[in-house]
Write a protein that binds this ligand. Structure first.
Ligand code: ATP
Ligand code: MG
Length: 448
């Protein structure tokens, strides 16, 4: 029975107290990407398993250990997406987005699913914000994406995040580097974990990405990819760095970054947060992928993208005390006593809501005193009290919950301009602020 009231391991409910932060985060990231010309795409939660085997790579941890794969009732193998790049590339190809004006720039907010051991900043269902840019193989595109990553952190007010960049070279550099890695790691065959022994034969690069402490130690002494880059790849990487420096975008070259997915070529990067106690948290990563689009049967186009883990970013923002928009509370609570007054309260609540105020009225048949208590809990800015007697006089009582001041207000079919103005004085400023920060278009028809 516990299953009925316990969410699956590694999943998390996002409660009403937290959703405003999520809305703000997701909206802000999409809007920031929009400034760079990225437009949002929405893709399915599951894809044919083969898509991920092909693109993410079948020697990666993600494919080997972490995918939620199952046979559906039609006996097809499908997988809950562990990341966004493969699905977005599939969608772009399927819908002919890459046949048009290049480069194509897409952004997304998605949930991802990975069967991992839940722990700090690690979930089985988590959220990513990501972008993909197709059709440009220039260093300019790499720097543009890194600039966007940097801007995202700036806009959110995150301190202590550093862009760490590396180059994995092209197919030829990679071949020479892989040979060198194979030679290096072969000396340690007796000490590497069993997964890495397999990796060593299939894809030695993956050994660098192993999480086991002993393997990490061995990997620390491995040759650096940067010593194996061909002239073109060196030039490409140098220009990326020049452009970043010219634009004042801070970065650090980190030759150990290989990334957990197979499709990367040339520039790869991670966004790393370091807490005051020195703890490192990778909150995003990405890179250029040369072969992916072709691997999926598309044209010979390169792509570059990144994804950020929103749980981790939110956690860091909370730890660092970053600003979030204030929560929107009830503007007006309509307290009523008696049946006729209850109907009037309902009518007035609707009127207020159509004017863009948040308004609530009694649904429980409570006493006025109990309603006032509830309004207080809601954080209502105003309460309008309606009794059958007052109604007869065509009057109600407006109470400011902030100051406690009350004043009688005349009621006709609705409210006088003076009442709207009074409510607006408090509520409107807050509403606009919230709406503005959330990027919502909040109209007040009754204004002016
Ligand atoms: P890690 O090394 O932490 O496992 P990764 O290389 O597997 O990360 P990516 O595939 O690059 O992660 O995904 C991009 C971002 O998504 C990560 O930087 C991280 O912030 C976030 N992320 C990845 N896996 C998880 C997870 N299981 N739970 C929460 N966030 C995650
Ligand atoms: Mg991982």
């Amino acid at each position: 029975m516990a299953y009925l009231t316990t969410a699956p391991r590694g999943t998390k409910d996002i409660l009403p107290g937290e959703t405003p932060k999520w809305q703000y985060l997701e909206k802000t990231l999409l809007q920031t990407a929009e400034l760079f010309g990225f437009r949002e795409i929405r893709i399915p939660t599951f894809e044919h398993t083969e898509l991920f085997n092909r693109s993410v790579g079948d020697t990666t941890d993600v494919v080997q250990k972490e995918m939620y794969t199952f046979q559906d009732k039609g006996d097809r193998s499908v997988t809950l997406r562990p990341e966004g790049t493969a699905g977005v590339a599939r969608a772009a190809l399927e819908n002919g987005l890459l046949g048009d004006a290049l480069p194509v720039k897409l952004s997304y907010n998605i949930t991802c699913f990975r069967y991992e051991k839940p722990g700090s900043g690690r979930f089985r269902e988590f959220h990513q914000f990501g972008v993909e840019l197709y059709g440009a193989d220039s260093p300019a595109a790499d720097s543009e994406l890194l600039a966007l990553a940097c801007e995202c952190f700036q806009v959110l007010g995150l301190q202590n995040v550093v862009l760490e960049i590396n180059s994995l070279g092209c197919r030829e550099c990679r071949k020479r580097y892989t040979d060198a890695l194979l030679r290096y790691f072969s000396q340690y065959r007796g000490q590497l974990c069993s997964t890495c022994l397999e990796r060593l034969d299939k894809n030695p690069l993956r050994v660098l990405d192993c999480k086991s402490p002993q393997d990490k130690e061995i990997a620390a002494g491995a040759p650096s990819i940067l010593d194996y880059l061909c002239g073109d790849c060196q030039e490409h990487f140098r220009e990326v760095q020049q452009r970043l420096s010219a634009a004042g975008i801070p970065f650090r070259v980190e030759p150990t970054i290989v990334r957990g997915l197979d499709y990367y070529t040339r520039t790869v990067f991670e966004m790393v947060h370091t807490a005051p106690d020195g703890e490192r948290m990778v909150c995003g990563g990405g890179g250029r992928y040369g072969g992916l689009i072709q691997e999926l049967g598309g044209p010979n186009l390169e792509g570059i993208g990144f994804a950020m883990g929103l749980e981790r970013i939110l956690k860091i923002m909370e730890d660092e005390g970053c600003d979030f928009p204030p929560e929107q509370t009830c503007d007006v609570y309509l307290a009523s006593m008696g049946r006729a007054a209850g109907v009037k309260a309902f009518q007035l609540a609707n009127l207020l809501r159509s004017e863009g105020f948040s308004a609530q009225c009694d649904l429980m048949g409570r006493s006025v005193k109990a309603q006032m208590k509830y309004a207080n809990k809601l954080g209502a800015k105003y309460v309008i009290v309606l009794g059958d007697d007052e109604l007869q006089k065509g009057e109600a009582l407006l109470k400011s919950m902030r100051t406690g001041a009350t004043s009688p207000i005349p009621l006709g079919d609705g409210f006088s301009d003076a009442v709207y103005e009074e409510i607006m004085k408090n509520a409107y400023a807050d509403l606009e602020e919230v709406a503005g920060q959330l990027g919502l278009d909040h109209h007040h028809h009754g204004e002016g």
